[in-house]
Design a protein around this ligand. Structure first.
Ligand code: ARG
Length: 270
């Protein structure tokens, strides 16, 4: 009899820990209650599901041992939700799976350092731009041959799959393009010598080099593109886009946007 009980307890513990693990990586619910000035009247606030590729510091990332997803986008979407009087639940989805997830209605909103462009506009509706970005290149510190995008011919370049970097690098003639799931994978490839350059968003390259104390690599100044980030909703959901824009505008007016900006980029806008 005793053995049976033990077995059951062990079994229950296993199931519980599997469930916890499954919950950990995938989703985060965050409340955005009390001080909201918006007019949501019901006590059970509505929850919006947000998709993000949480691999893009300082916009969306998760430090070891840290429960919450963090970064500029994460703070911004939580502030927007608070302003709208709704709760957010953030799901970590690979970047190239984000627009499909929005189209399948797995999520309602995407915030992921996502560049507004015409191609994507065919499938989603973007909010007003919320961050000015662009693409730069990272090479090994001792690199002698690559000083500009024009020098990439005959070289291997690592990019994140589904991104504007992947799209742009394919326009450069004679480049061997290597696509990876995350920017971290791209940087690993660069360091190990499997690629000679990484093309990626400038603020993420900046952060990688300066904040994460990387050695052996350097970022070149030259910009390949100028881009604007937008928050995406389903193509036909212009109502939600309108609400997001109104919240964004409010946060820009009341200084909250600037506070979040200063927290992640230290004040002055680039
Ligand atoms: N801005 C680029 C794009 O929209 C890269 C975005 C990558 N975002 C991410 N969370 N990994 O294609």
């Amino acid at each position: 009899m005793f053995q049976w009980k033990k077995l059951l307890t062990v079994g229950a513990l296993c199931i519980a820990s599997v469930m916890t693990l499954a919950g950990c990586g995938g989703q985060q619910a965050a409340t955005s209650s009390s001080s909201s000035s918006s007019s949501a009247s019901s006590s059970a606030a509505q929850t919006i599901k947000v998709g993000s590729a949480v691999d893009f510091a300082p916009f969306e990332f998760q430090d070891e041992g840290q429960a919450e997803y963090q970064g500029f986008d994460m703070d911004l979407i939580r502030a927007i939700a608070k302003e709208m009087g709704v709760e957010v639940e953030i799901q970590n989805i690979g970047f190239d799976g984000l627009i499909p997830a929005l189209q399948a209605k797995t999520v309602d909103v995407l915030i992921s350092g996502m560049t507004i462009n015409d191609e994507r506009k065919q499938n989603v509706t973007f909010s007003d731009p919320y961050y000015e970005s662009g693409l730069t290149m990272v090479v090994r510190e001792d690199e002698q041959n690559i000083k500009s995008f024009q020098d990439l011919k005959g070289h291997k370049v690592a990019v994140q799959i589904g991104t504007t970097s992947a799209k742009e690098v394919k326009k450069i003639e004679g480049v061997e393009v290597k696509e990876f799931n995350t920017p971290a994978d791209c940087f690993m490839e660069l360091k190990s010598g499997g690629a000679d350059a990484v093309i990626n968003d400038r603020p993420v390259n900046d952060y990688f080099i300066t904040k994460s104390g990387q050695t052996g690599v350097k970022e070149l100044e030259e910009k390949l593109t100028s881009e604007n980030y937008g928050i995406a909703v389903a193509k036909d959901n212009t109502e939600l886009a309108g609400k997001i824009n109104a919240a964004l505008k409010k946060l820009k007016e009341n200084g909250e946007y600037d506070k979040i900006y200063a927290k992640w980029f230290g004040g002055a806008k680039k």
